[in-house]
Design a protein around this ligand. Structure first.
Ligand SMILES: [Zn+2]
Ligand SMILES: [Zn+2]
Ligand SMILES: [Zn+2]
Length: 337
């Protein structure tokens, strides 16, 4: 079973997940990065038996579960970082705190088409992916042992995607991860001092200044954040203040898919399909609607490597000012070709 260990000094957490491991000596051999191609891909049609049984699938036509015919399919991760069967337990031993690795790790397969991607499949497909994410989120949120559900997407081997077939992932944890807690605490302090939401203030300021906006529509703004950690980092911020992302209306869902695809297409076209990580930040499952917290998406293209200084200090060196990155990403696709 995996376990969660708390750093006794910083209070940060790590997951020790032996099930995902190779033998220690395997790390020494370091074979060249090999990813499963289409020939053996477990996410393609006809290989449904190579994943754990599906927990959700959209089947526009007929079809039995775990057979072809689906358009979006959600399955438990075969090598989960946390285990849904673990009994929730914590223990303190000397200076150390341990929490059993209770949690859920699922894969949301975005399309049956191996070669497709978020920037090539139709907008309706991305809407369906988000509907599946919301459905699974709400189902898992009912489990009282789970306190936070992290939705994310890794694209490209450098960004950690071990399978090239397009997919999102979801990891539900029995604790609120430190980064989320830090955002919640800081937003709460800002709200207490000014009676305003910091994210609403950022939206208003950035729109007025117009230095870092990449794209906008009626419901969303995409901008390169003031303190971008990496070149071309961007955030998607909803205009409507909501702490929980699953309250998206159908028209917001449509606008979310449209604006995200548009900016992702520009990123892919202008920087040769760079690897990236996409992360959703939303309120913890047990938090009531909060005036001080505002859900958002963060996308970090992996064009630079975080090295000794970043790992040693938590301070990132970013060679591309967000103002320059935003201008670059504003260029429409027509101008690129
Ligand atoms: Zn595939
Ligand atoms: Zn807000
Ligand atoms: Zn965030």
């Amino acid at each position: 079973m995996p376990e969660l260990r708390k750093d006794p000094v910083l209070g940060s957490w790590v997951i020790i997940a032996r099930e995902r491991a190779k033998r220690p000596s395997d790390f020494a051999r370091r074979p060249p990065e090999k990813r499963k191609g289409q020939e053996t891909c477990p996410f393609c049609y006809g290989r449904e038996d190579q994943t754990p049984p599906e927990v959700l699938a959209y089947r526009p036509g007929e079809g039995e579960p775990n057979t072809p015919g689906w358009s979006v399919r959600v399955v438990p991760n075969k090598f989960p970082a946390l285990d849904h069967r673990a009994e929730l337990a914590s223990r303190e031993v000397g200076p150390f705190t341990f929490l059993s690795g209770r949690g859920v790790h699922e894969v949301i397969i975005e399309t049956p088409e191996h070669e497709a991607s978020l920037v090539t499949y139709p907008r309706e497909q991305l809407e369906a992916v988000w509907r599946a994410l919301i459905e699974r989120y709400q189902a898992l949120a009912r489990d009282p042992d789970l306190r936070y559900i992290q939705i994310f997407k890794n694209h490209g081997a450098v960004a950690g995607a071990s399978l090239e077939h397009p997919h999102f992932q979801l990891v539900a944890t029995p604790l609120i991860p430190p980064l989320i807690q830090q955002e919640l605490d800081a937003s709460y302090r800002y709200y207490t001092a000014r009676h305003r939401c910091i994210y609403c203030d950022i939206v208003e300021w950035e729109e007025r200044e117009n230095q870092r906006i990449v794209e906008k529509n009626d419901s969303f703004l995409i901008l390169c954040p003031y303190a971008s950690r990496a070149p071309f980092e961007f955030w998607l911020l909803p205009r409507r203040h909501k702490s929980h992302f699953f309250l998206l209306t159908p028209s917001e869902l449509r606008e979310l898919a449209a604006i995200l695809q548009e900016v992702m297409r520009r990123l892919a076209a202008s920087l040769e399909d760079p690897p990236y990580n996409l992360m959703l930040h939303t309120a913890p499952v047990d938090l009531e609607a909060a005036e001080y917290y505002h859900w958002h998406l963060e996308v970090i293209p992996r064009l630079t490597v975080w090295a000794g200084f970043e790992l040693g200090t938590g301070v990132y060196i970013n060679p591309t000012p967000p103002e320059v990155a935003a201008k670059f990403l504003q260029v429409s696709l027509r101008d690129i070709h």
